[in-house]
Write a protein that binds this ligand. Sequence first.
Ligand code: SF4
Ligand code: SF4
Length: 473
Amino acid sequence: MAAEGQEKLWETKKYDDVRIYSDEEIWNYTDEELANYKCKHDIPLLEQLEEGPWPSFVSDIKQEALHRHKLPPDKLMIPADVCDDLLGQLELSYVEKETHWKHGGIVGVFGYGGGVIGRYSDQQERFPGIAHFHTLRVNQPASKFYKTDYLRALCDIWEYRGSGLTNMHGSTGDTVLLGTFTEQLEPIFFDLTHDLGVDLGGSGSNLRTPSCCVGKARCEFACYDTQDVCYELTMYYQDELHRPAFPYKFKFKFDGCPNCCVASIARADMSYIGTWKDDIRIDQEAVRAYVAGELKPNAGAFGDRDWGPFDIQKEVIDLCPAQCMEWDGKELKIDNKECVRCMHCINVMPRALRIGTDTGCSILFGAKAPILEGAQMSLLAIPFIRVEKPYDEIKAIVDRVWDWWMEEGKNRERLGELIQRKSIQEFIKVLGVPAIPQMVKEPRSNPSIFWSEDEVPGGWKRDIKEFRKRHPR
Ligand code: SF4
Ligand code: SF4
């Protein structure tokens, strides 16, 4: 993810070592100037968006436009009015109800096929500041922990060589740097890798930047070290991340527990969701304290309204999807073999209930957003696997799945669509796992599990005369 030897750069480096702008240049406008700022183009439709109660991206872009106009010209490598021209073109698109971006084209950095998304304006004479407006994806650190020194240095580089506009973060997880010219791509890449010690993320038909929840860094529910496995697989699959060779995009996401804070179940081709094998740990004293109103349910969340006294029956027992809990007024019982690890009871009473101690993760496959065949949630195929360094078991599964998908997948076919086209039965053969009831979505109407001849005693062939002896009519 970083140039060699640079991985721990920010343990010693300070913003002052790499800064481009002085404090005066950074804080170079007043509130009054901002309130009176007039964009170079008339943008009445966009300005309506500033009138609502919410923060507006139009106001943010204006703020950046003003800031850039007040910077010395020799400290900007692309036009100062990139932000004004961006607003101008967007206004035009609102009027004409069509885009003026020409998406695509091959732009990138030497040796990489992904990480830069090429974009040009088709109104270059009118809006020269955005003639090129390429986006860079920058690989975020695991769980998005930053030092402010790092962020300030990143913003300086981007102010200097790009539009200054960022998206923290894109839905895949990367830091997204929005808008620069082709000739700035290599210098930015050099600065990112050598000054900041970070790399570009994935884009195009490759492994997209893996992302993970906050995990063991801050969360007691984490069943495995999401940050470590995310970092390891990012490093291990560098080639797949930077050089598009897949039928289409492929996403890994790591959730430490079924609360799914990075929504892996809905958004990853391969979702790693923490789980446990043994029993939920119960502190009966704490359960009674919740029931007596001494502890706040949901750790005090939703506490801004009076919901009445906590009702364990209504708020926990009756909402258990497996109906495997019982409260007799003194003691809480859980039939753990029926529990589906949904996390509901633990979320409501975190001081009383804790995840088990025999932990690992479930691996699910094939979630995606709706482009073809509609949105899909991922399919549970590996109910439990240990998540232990160096993660060889997990890597072996990844390699098997990729081999199959690269062989069988059509151009721009996500893994979930391939599973749908070829069947779950074929997919689990690739994985080498047995069928489990959770794989059957609607028994009888769409059975996905079939017996093959060698799995049935006696095979398919039968002696019809023998059969008729037992079934005469
Ligand atoms: Fe914690 Fe689970 Fe959310 Fe990860 S997914 S941050 S472990 S609650
Ligand atoms: Fe029920 Fe979910 Fe609690 Fe398991 S985790 S006991 S399924 S509420």
